[in-house]
Design a protein around this ligand. Structure first.
Ligand code: SAH
Length: 360
């Protein structure tokens, strides 16, 4: 089921996914207990070493087989070149609110962002699903930097372990809101979710997958029967406006996207979150709220308003607090469930992709 690597994907097209390769170079991170046991046995070791490997990989933070001191020394040395699949820390920034941003270097030298967001009882990790992003949404820093490649399963799992180890605290929540469009990398993202749930012990309901929408992929995700929360980046109350912000909306009209979301609710029984960036004077008018409410009437959903985080490449503006409050009130008056999400760690290049752009 898991796929270890993919080449390029254009918006709306995920090339045929290659079957999982069993090559000896497949990193061990991302593999299940059964797979790891099979692997140690293939190396001539007893089956119980599979369990040890599993614990050291997922609980003890092993970065190389050398670290696993319960293994026989000779075998550790012979296996020193085996790739566990861990990244290396390239840069780390702590914001005054405790948010920690990481730039992680992958085996091929590519750099990705991950963010650890602590709050009262939670530790949330914002993970990337791709190096860069091909969707090119106009307000997004990652989109301005272009697309390089999909992340492999272990590269997604690694981000969560890295934050967990750095904080010395269990991760409670995961949001796929870092770099990339997860539904252009569905196979690896789904495999990572299953691993994070099964092997790292994070509840599926504590995982949110955020997508701008790729035709047919929300339906395909529903078929995976996961308990994760689906968040859809809507950002506009009509197709014309959405197309101004999101180029891929041309091939995926708002109505079609919403219909697929309705199917998702029907299949999974889980409500959908709609993300809506508020851009001053553009989509933050009371008329937009009314139009949005019209689309969502009777829809088992929740609106998450995100006041725009300014990025240097474009000159959109964040609305005033007063107009944010008015927008909320307009939705509430129409019985739409709504919350406002303020980004954390703002002074440290918070908008996705910004930290990476400034440290290449
Ligand atoms: N590609 C996915 C996930 C990555 S972006 C998606 O589009 O949903 C995660 C969220 O951050 C999305 O809702 C995205 O629209 C939002 N975002 C991107 N740039 C932003 C900015 N400058 N200010 C506020 N939110 C932004």
């Amino acid at each position: 089921m898991a796929v270890t690597s993919l080449s390029t994907s254009a918006p709306g097209s995920e090339a045929a996914l290659p079957e999982e390769s069993r090559s000896p170079h497949r990193p061990l991170l991302g593999q299940s207990l059964a797979e790891l046991t099979e692997w140690v046995q293939a190396q001539g070791q007893p089956a119980y070493r599979g369990k040890q490997l599993y614990q050291w990989l997922y609980q003890q933070g092993a970065r190389s087989l050398q670290d696993i001191t319960v293994f026989p020394k000779a075998w550790r040395q012979a296996m020193a070149q085996v790739d566990l699949g861990r990244s290396t820390l390239h840069h780390r920034v702590v914001a005054s609110d405790g948010t920690v941003k990481y730039l992680l270097k992958l085996a091929d030298g590519q750099i990705i962002e991950a963010v650890g967001i602590p709050s009262a009882k939670r530790l949330t990790v914002c993970v990337s699903s791709q190096v860069g992003c091909p969707m090119a949404c106009d307000f997004c820093a990652t989109g301005k930097g272009g697309f390089v490649r999909n992340l492999a399963t272990h590269e997604i799992v690694d981000q969560v372990l890295t934050v967990q180890e750095d904080f010395g605290q269990r991760v409670s929540h995961i949001v796929f809101m870092g770099m990339g469009e997860p539904l252009l990398n569905t196979a690896n993202v789904v495999a990572a979710i299953r691993c994070l749930n099964r092997d790292v012990g994070i509840g599926q309901r504590a995982i949110t997958l955020s997508t701008v929408g790729v035709p047919g992929r929300i339906r395909a995700l529903a078929a995976e029967q996961l308990q994760v929360t689906l968040a859809v980046s809507l950002h506009a109350s009509n197709q014309t406006q959405r197309l101004q912000l999101i180029p891929s909306a041309g091939a995926y009209p708002l109505e079609t996207l919403l219909d697929e979301c309705r199917e998702y609710v029907q299949i999974t029984g889980r409500r959908v979150t709609f993300e809506y960036i508020l851009l001053a004077g553009l989509n933050d008018q009371p008329a937009n709220a009314a139009e949005l409410a019209q689309h969502l009437r009777g829809f088992q959903s929740h609106v998450n308003l995100i006041p725009y985080n300014p990025i240097s490449e474009v000159d959109y503006q964040r609305p005033s607090e007063a107009s944010i409050r008015t927008f909320v009130a307009e939705l509430e008056a129409r019985r739409i469930a709504v919350t406002v999400r303020y980004s954390r760690g703002l002074e440290e290049n918070a908008a996705c992709g910004q930290l990476r752009a400034s440290h290449r």
